[in-house]
Design a protein around this ligand. Structure first.
Ligand SMILES: *Cc1c(COP(=O)(O)O)cnc(C)c1O
Length: 399
């Protein structure tokens, strides 16, 4: 079937909860993807950073096939060898004491919220039903009902109430507002180190450090949602390293499986995860041997093939090139590692038309909000590929 036929099927039969670019992909390898007509594109979204290791990484693929032939699901009623090994390898890599395996990113977020609420009642001594979690404006933590309850994006919330109580929203990047929002019932502060969906918004230097200090001072759990920023995207394994801090709970997902399979985890640095007792939380697929084998391979290649270092190096190089574009249509180019945003000026008339122009010249990018184009290729991108991409981007904006 060709592009038009598949789009027709999707428009007729699919729920319209996405507005994808009109390109139908059927193959991927490394930084490249192909559409059903055989046209090749450089992927500058990496499935929202789930494909940091590149499409169909051969070693992750081999792990998937091998494990799929042995054992795929036991449920947590029994133990499986792959989960034990993932505990060891992921905790060692991220310097964590404990981990809770889940599937999607949103499930990791929900799991963290449940954990800190319970910790608040049992350890901190917050009166039953009073626990508060502070979050930031313009946050993106997923799509479940409790998570959209504290979204500030009208599109994410409108029409989905009644909402889950117990959340307080403060402006992102404002540590004074955070401090003022803290009460004796505050159990956690949850934040993205860099806001991805909001448009790669980097907080002022020192913000996370100050947040860490405030949390320690007031006995509050610091939850960093690194589902998008983690696993090399910003040029460090975890974005918290840019400010030399450690979260109490760290959420990872997306690239934890290199894009093969939904695998997420809550990583814990403190005893907070100890409050969860048998029967209080779980997931049929969470920690399944197939997902764990995939995740083990995904973090192994990330380290072995120096993808984090390459992200730092190629990210700085790419950012430098884009910042030199000096085009009146471009308001600002910002980023860290290979998490880059090109923010267009209002006169440009919206980012989406440029995403189509970029697509025609062989680059797949997706707008976030109306005026921002995110540039986030797989972390294995080479210098020649960055040169090629930067040239195409320059040509599109030069008209
Ligand atoms: C993608 C994302 C999530 C949600 O992950 P899903 O797997 O889509 O549920 C949560 N937080 C951040 C920062 C994300 O980028």
């Amino acid at each position: 079937m060709n592009t038009a036929e598949i789009i027709q099927l999707e428009n007729t039969l699919g729920a319209h909860n996405y507005k994808p670019l009109d390109v139908v992909l059927c193959k991927g390898a490394g930084v490249w993807v192909w559409d059903v007509e055989g046209k090749k594109y450089l992927d500058c979204l990496s499935a929202y950073s789930a494909v940091n290791q590149g499409h169909c990484h051969p070693k992750i693929l081999a792990a998937l096939i091998e494990q799929a032939q042995k054992l795929t699901l036991t449920s947590r009623a029994f133990r499986n060898d792959q989960l034990g090994l993932l505990y060891k390898e992921l905790c060692e890599l991220t310097n964590s004491h404990k981990m809770l395996p889940m599937n999607s990113g949103a499930e990791a977020v929900e799991s963290a919220i449940k954990t800190v609420r319970k910790w608040g009642y049992e350890v901190k001594g917050v009166p039953e039903g009073q626990a508060e979690v502070i979050v930031c404006s313009e946050n993106f933590h997923g799509r479940t009902l409790s998570i959209v309850s504290f979204s500030t994006d009208p599109k994410s919330r409108t029409g989905f109430g009644p909402f889950t109580p117990g959340f307080k929203v403060v402006p992102f990047g404002d540590s004074k507002a955070l401090e003022e929002a803290i009460t004796p019932n505050t159990v956690a502060f949850m934040v993205e180190p860099i806001q991805g969906e909001a448009g790669v918004i980097i907080p002022p230097a020192g913000y996370l450090k100050k947040a860490r200090e405030l949390c320690t001072q007031h006995n509050i759990i610091l939850i960093l949602d690194e589902i998008q920023t983690g696993l090399g995207r910003t040029g460090k394994l975890l974005a918290e390293e840019h400010e030399g801090i450690e979260a109490d709970l760290t959420l990872v997902g997306k690239a934890l499986s290199g894009g093969f399979y939904p695998v997420s985890a809550v990583l814990s640095n403190t005893e907070v995860m100890g409050v969860l007792q048998p029967g209080e939380h779980g997931s049929t697929f969470g920690g399944n041997p197939l997902g764990c084998a995939v995740a083990r391979a995904a973090i192994k290649v990330l380290v072995e093939e120096n993808m984090v270092e390459n992200s730092a190096k190629m990210g700085a190089y790419f950012l430098g090139k884009l910042q030199k574009l000096n085009n009146p249509l471009i308001k600002e180019v910002r980023g860290r590692g290979l998490m880059i945003a090109v923010e267009l000026s209002p006169e440009a008339g919206g980012a989406r038309q440029y995403c189509y122009k970029l697509k025609d010249s062989g680059l797949l990018c997706k707008e976030t909000h109306d005026h921002i184009i995110r540039i986030a290729p797989p972390l294995i991108i080479t210098k020649d590929e960055v040169d090629w991409a930067a040239e195409k981007i320059a040509a599109v904006f030069a008209g």
